[in-house]
Ligand binder design. Structure first.
Ligand SMILES: [Fe+2]
Ligand SMILES: [Fe+2]
Length: 136
């Protein structure tokens, strides 16, 4: 299911957040594009590691920003971020325990897709609204 990242739905209007979300979206696209490729297993391993590392970086930056503006939904955000990292680590463990399969790619894609799109459009957008309201 391709996502057009230019859709206003996924833009928060906070530049650093939008730039970092785009990197996460590229990782999501790489999962989809890996499907059926000769080296799909190594691509997936690489993308999964990138995703965990980059998401961790992004969450720290976003949490710093939320603290700076005293965002009221900070704790909920922090929990959702932790859940995402836990899910990615659980996926990595599943890959180690059960081995690679194309079913795994679909599972990983759907899981990351659902979390990312939902979190950015419904939760991160609230941080931006809060920040803009505070400024005005
Ligand atoms: Fe967030
Ligand atoms: Fe975010």
């Amino acid at each position: 299911m391709p996502v057009n990242w230019n859709l206003s739905l996924y833009k928060t209007g906070i530049e650093f957040m939008d730039d970092q979300h785009q990197q996460l979206y590229y990782a999501l696209s790489s999962i989809r594009e890996a499907y059926g490729k000769e080296d799909e297993e190594s691509i997936i391993l690489e993308v999964l590691d990138f995703l965990i590392e980059y998401a961790d970086f992004h969450f720290k930056e976003e949490e710093d920003f939320m603290r700076k503006i005293a965002f009221e939904g900070y704790e909920y955000q922090r929990q959702e971020h932790a859940t995402f990292i836990d899910n990615c680590n659980a996926m990595k463990k599943m890959l180690n325990d059960e081995g690679f399969s194309r079913k795994f790619i679909i599972l990983l894609y759907n899981d990351v897709y659902k979390w990312l799109i939902n979190h950015i459009s419904e939760k991160d957008s609230l941080i931006a609204k809060f920040a803009f309201l505070k400024q005005s």
